[in-house]
Design a protein around this ligand. Structure first.
Ligand SMILES: Nc1ncnc2c1ncn2[C@@H]1O[C@H](COP(=O)(O)OP(=O)(O)O)[C@@H](O)[C@H]1O
Ligand SMILES: [Mg+2]
Length: 285
């Protein structure tokens, strides 16, 4: 399958020629495939936010290319504009960027800029609110009457309302409690399943990505040293530890059980698998 989004030898150097010069991306070859649910994981400062800001043409490469459907997004002004519409980006802590008087107007801001007619804007606002887990009666409220988690949902709805083919979210669960995290991830999953959209989630939580992602891209020091299915990635426990990352807790437990001499599969990474593996072990006794 052809990637929907691809980078070729993408490099980003910040503050060139100053004492603060910093190479944030070095020869990055990244790929996202149509309809996949991709997790980007890495410790703080590894280059995750820098990478995703290149994917919707917010940042221009220092060198290298970004391709959307095989076309360089910087080839001409039209291609750049298309990338900004087709690739929706939800920033980290987007709730600080709400500014309209009502939730409705905030969600409608993007579609309005796309010069859609009023009916279509209205349809999109309601649909996006639904996917983001907001109720209709919240639409006429001021965003400032809402809780932090609800405000974040408004910001997510605003990007969904633009009808992106690729939805990228930078640490969408940061600062939320476990229930809020679970709920936001479930909403994003529903949007993915309903629209067959490509989802790219930046996270530093192995636990979250283990549960939701089809594939994981690991970033470390401006590069992608590791990528694959969660099972493939978590089989590199030592390398992950060296990068300051860890495998999910449940995988750690299975590594321990194996070290203790129990014949369990160490590639377990979800609770469901763990339960099955333990039941199988019990049956064998
Ligand atoms: N606007 C900027 N100017 C200079 N350096 C930056 C800028 N943004 C990020 N950096 C640096 O680039 C590196 C990667 O940052 P970032 O992409 O934000 O990483 P992450 O999202 O993985 O935490 C970090 O060392 C960061 O300090
Ligand atoms: Mg970041």
């Amino acid at each position: 399958m052809e990637p929907i989004l691809e980078t070729k030898k993408l490099c980003c150097t910040y503050s060139v020629g100053t004492p603060f010069e910093h190479r944030a991306l070095i020869d990055v070859d990244f790929r996202a495939y149509p309809g996949e649910y991709l997790g980007i994981i890495g410790h703080t400062g590894s280059g995750k936010s820098t990478l995703i800001q290149h994917l919707n043409a917010l940042l221009k490469p220092s060198s290298g290319q970004v391709l959307l459907h095989g076309e360089d997004i910087w080839a001409n002004a039209k291609a750049t504009r298309m990338a900004r519409f087709k690739v929706g980006l939800v920033f980290q802590y987007p709730e600080y960027q709400l500014f309209e008087e009502t939730v409705y107007k905030d969600i409608a801001f993007g579609p309005k800029n796309m010069r859609l007619d009023a009916r279509e804007i209205d349809r999109r606002v309601h649909e996006a609110a639904y996917f983001a887990g907001l109720t209709d009666d919240q639409l006429q409220k001021s965003p400032f009457e809402l809780s932090g988690g609800q405000k974040r949902r408004v910001a997510i709805a605003g990007v969904i309302a633009m009808g992106p083919e690729v939805l990228i979210l930078d640490e969408p669960t940061a600062g939320l409690d476990p229930v809020g995290r679970e709920s936001i991830l479930r909403n994003i999953r529903q949007f993915h399943d309903a629209k067959n959209a490509t989802i790219i989630i930046v996270s530093h939580s192995m636990e979250d990505m283990a549960r939701v992602a089809d594939r994981i891209v690991v970033m470390n020091d401006a590069r992608i040293p590791l990528q694959g299915t969660p099972r493939e990635v978590f089989s590199h426990a030592e390398e992950l530890r060296a990068m300051g990352l860890s495998v999910p807790q449940i995988t750690q437990i299975f590594h321990r059980l194996r070290a203790l001499g129990l014949g369990v599969d160490e590639s377990v990474y979800t609770l469901k698998e763990a339960k099955e593996a333990l039941l199988a072990l019990k049956r064998r006794d």
